[in-house]
Write a new protein. Structure first.
Length: 161
């Protein structure tokens, strides 16, 4: 996982504030939770799932550590997720730029509710359809790590706007 140095420094400060003894596994979870909290404070879109995968911990261990740190996580802005999701799609770079622009435009115009990853994926799929790109809902959903059913349902809302 590549995070800026400022996120690492912030995570270390958060971890130091909560000096807790205990077993090594709990310390690892506290460190993972503090990295997640620091990344969110810096508006870097990192999920608990990504942190869990990188550290080898279970998501519920990280949730528990977050509660112990007593830190409120910011909600991820769907616009911050668009570029990373589009980067995972198998399309040409010129088309990716157009797709990012169009998806951001769609997100700017709409209301926000629900999972930010699903919102971003749905906006990307709607933009791809508008631009005539051959991208399936499943590929977009896999790139965003959400279910294709969720993308389909939110996509219908984008069509109604």
């Amino acid at each position: 996982m590549q995070l800026p140095r400022s996120v690492i420094d912030e995570a270390i400060l958060l971890r130091r504030r909560k000096k807790v003894g205990g077993i090594k596994h709990e310390a690892k979870a506290l460190l993972a939770a503090s990295v997640l909290a620091a990344a969110r404070q810096r508006k870097i879109p990192v999920t608990i799932k990504e942190i869990a995968k990188a550290t080898g911990l279970k998501e519920n261990e990280i949730y528990r550590a977050l509660q112990e740190l007593s830190v409120k996580l910011r909600v991820i802005d769907p616009k911050a997720l668009v570029q990373g999701t589009v980067a995972k799609l198998p399309i040409a770079p010129e088309e990716k730029a157009k797709l990012i622009y169009e998806a951001l435009r769609r997100l700017q115009a709409g209301r926000r509710r629900g999972n930010p990853r699903v919102q971003a994926a749905s906006a990307i799929y709607a933009a791809a359809q508008e631009l005539g790109l051959k991208v399936s809902q499943r590929k977009v959903a896999q790139a965003a790590t959400v279910s294709d059913c969720s993308v389909r349902n939110r996509y219908k809302e984008f069509l109604q706007r």
